[in-house]
Ligand binder design. Structure first.
Ligand SMILES: Cc1cc2nc3c(=O)[nH]c(=O)nc-3n(C[C@H](O)[C@H](O)[C@H](O)COP(=O)(O)OP(=O)(O)OC[C@H]3O[C@@H](n4cnc5c(N)ncnc54)[C@H](O)[C@@H]3O)c2cc1C
Length: 399
């Protein structure tokens, strides 16, 4: 066998939100998972995350909600404003209302916290083994799946879940979901909002500007705010200074919204991220083969403008569990389950991919389209902003 290990049942590439939640769900069925994670430690980037009711619906069966809720924030409203105008255009109520309508609240939290909680649960689970410092450099899918690490070790699995995130190199069996860089950059920071107006501290805010938009929300009860600016910028990431000069000076952006001006004044440092251009999935075979299934961002890269990446990853794990559970008494045909999964999920992925891209465009409109958008948001805001099809959980509860 050389450097081959003996064949195990299920491997997973990536201990992110998809990899950890899928393994936790699968452990409920008595199936072991061996996860490979390239990172050496447990810390992930500590940016904020919005967790919508559909995300919480899929987290609840993993017994992690109490820990999550204890350290997260319940925003009162989602407020939408034009960065170049005073006041707000419209808002929708989140606190109370979301739970009432969809059975679960709308939370804002930190990605790191969610990750830490999932990892803690996985570490308590004897059916999950996690190998850190283990970067998988290739997966060869024949009768078995051979996962090769950067240290030259081969691991053989009957089946593998590919969950290694948006930059996954393994999602290359079809060119439609290959990634490139978009024409925008994301600037992110976390700041103490103690001195900021309550309108910022209690709510999720979206300011739409000409060729940029800004989102802020609290990540806990300590007034720590996550702030994100998405700005059209084709230059390389190295242009950080130029980007910062442009963005930290509200005057240059013609910001007239008072709350946004307060917010930008409080910011002293940023990290700059590339924004990936994502394709649209066109057929189920792009995310499954006989022995592999691509879930989370690895299977369906998404623009962040809908705040649904983590929610979709959690839904993936929950859906996979339901499908496996449904056929547990027959001879468990995992290849068939992978195929069913892909066929069942593809429409939702497509809709999310299209809508998140569209949101990015709508948020940054200029000229007459900007005026029309503002008029629509002012008059029909709640109808346009509330997205039943995202938050309700029928797509999973019906399985
Ligand atoms: C800045 C930012 C803000 C976001 N905000 C939101 C939000 O508000 N709401 C929301 O729902 N979603 C949000 N998302 C999206 C969300 O975080 C992702 O969709 C979610 O993390 C996807 O989970 P995943 O497990 O597929 O990928 P990830 O969480 O990225 O996990 C992938 C894991 O695989 C590991 N890995 C990668 N390559 C290899 C390899 N070759 N071998 C072994 N391990 C590997 C990585 O180290 C990582 O741990 C945001 C994403 C980012 C980047």
């Amino acid at each position: 066998m050389g450097n081959h290990s003996k064949r195990e049942m299920l491997g997973a590439v990536g201990a992110g939100i998809a990899g950890l939640s899928a393994s936790l769900y699968i452990a409920k069925l008595g199936i072991k998972t061996h996860i490979f994670e390239k990172r050496s430690g447990t810390e992930v980037d500590g940016v904020g995350i919005q967790l919508t009711p559909n995300a919480l619906y899929s987290l609840a069966p993993l017994n992690v909600l109490d820990d999550l809720i204890a350290e997260s924030f319940f925003p009162e409203k989602l407020i939408v404003s034009d960065a170049h105008l005073p006041g707000q255009l419209n808002s929708i109520q989140l606190k109370g209302e979301m739970e009432h309508k969809y059975g679960f609240p709308y939370l804002t939290s930190s990605r790191n916290l969610l990750h830490k909680i999932l990892l803690k649960r996985a570490n308590q689970e004897s059916l999950i083994k996690i190998s850190f410092n283990s970067k998988i450099i290739s997966t060869k899918d024949e009768n078995a799946v051979i996962c090769k690490t950067d240290l030259g070790k081969n691991f053989s699995f009957k089946y593998v879940l590919v969950c290694n995130g948006i930059t996954s190199k393994f999602t290359s069996h079809d060119s439609n979901i290959r990634l490139g860089f978009s024409d925008a950059k994301v600037l992110r920071t976390c700041l103490s909002g103690k001195d900021l107006p309550l309108g910022i501290l209690k709510n999720i805010n979206l300011w739409m500007g000409k060729s940029f938009h800004v989102v802020s929300y609290p990540v806990n009860n300590e007034s720590d705010l996550n702030v994100v600016i998405v700005k059209k910028n084709k230059g390389p990431l190295g242009d950080k200074k130029k980007l910062e000069n442009e963005l930290l000076n509200p005057r240059l952006l013609s910001v007239r919204n008072q709350n946004l001006t307060y917010l930008l004044k409080g910011v002293t440092s940023w990290s700059v991220w590339p924004l990936y251009r994502t394709g649209i999935i066109t057929k189920p075979t792009q995310i499954h083969s006989r022995n592999s299934l691509y879930i989370g961002d690895a299977g369906h890269p998404l623009y962040p403008h809908l705040a649904q990446g983590a929610a979709l990853a959690l839904e993936d794990s929950h859906t996979l569990y339901k499908l496996l559970h449904r056929c547990r008494n027959d001879k468990l045909n995992i290849s068939k389950v992978f195929q069913n999964f892909a066929e069942l999920r593809i429409r939702r992925y497509q809709r999310m991919q299209v809508e998140s891209r569209l949101n990015g465009n709508i948020f940054q409109q200029q000229g007459i389209l900007r005026l029309i958008r503002n008029m629509l948001v002012k008059n029909f805001g709640p109808k346009l902003m509330e997205k039943d099809w995202i938050y309700e959980n029928r797509n999973i509860s019906r399985i």
